[in-house]
Design a binder for this molecule. Structure first.
Ligand code: FES
Ligand code: FES
Length: 172
């Protein structure tokens, strides 16, 4: 066994820990830090349930070692909503459109959609659907998720139109 000291920020909070070199980021987040919203299922990169953001990018927490996250900023599903409890637009869209049933896949779906919409506000419905190809949902048949994607695309288009009409100023 080989232990390493790492420091990282998770959902805005700094954590320092000693981790086994073989521990995945997903195991570390769940078992050492208690962020159990990150779900582990296949644990070999297929299902997407474990997806978290690392320095803004959506990554499979089962395929990344905890030591590789040293110095990184990680966001899990627990960090998506605002501090006052206001849901992230992606969470709200999934809720509005019954985009979840058991919810097992939902943290990963929400994290990926948050990453693609924040990294590219001009993202298309097709690109968001393509991003969903990395997520296996056992429950919904994907129709609710696709409705949520269309809602998000409409909101993003409205924001972009508002920004170009208003000279690109932020509204908040
Ligand atoms: S648990 Fe990581 S992709 Fe399935
Ligand atoms: S909502 Fe049950 S696995 Fe997707």
């Amino acid at each position: 066994m080989s232990d390493h000291r790492i420091e990282l920020i998770v959902n805005g909070r700094r954590h320092a820990a000693i981790v086994d070199a073989r521990s995945s980021l997903g195991e570390f987040l769940r078992e050492a830090l208690g962020y159990t919203g990150t779900h582990l299922a296949c644990e070999h990169g297929v299902c997407g349930a474990c997806t978290v953001r690392v320095d803004g990018m959506a990554v499979r927490a089962c395929l990344m070692l905890a030591v590789q996250a040293d110095g990184c900023a990680v966001v899990t599903v627990e960090g998506l909503a605002a501090a006052d409890g206001t849901l992230h637009p992606v969470q709200q869209a999934l809720k509005d459109n019954f985009g979840l049933q058991c919810g097992f896949c939902t943290p990963g779906v929400a994290i990926t959609l948050a990453a693609v919409t924040e990294n590219n506000p001009a993202v298309t419905v097709e690109e968001m659907e393509q991003a969903m190809s990395g997520h296996i949902c056992r429950c919904t048949g994907y129709q609710g998720i696709r409705r949520a994607i269309r809602q998000l695309a409409g909101q993003l288009a409205g924001q972009l139109a508002g920004e170009s009409a208003g000279g690109g100023h932020e509204h908040e």
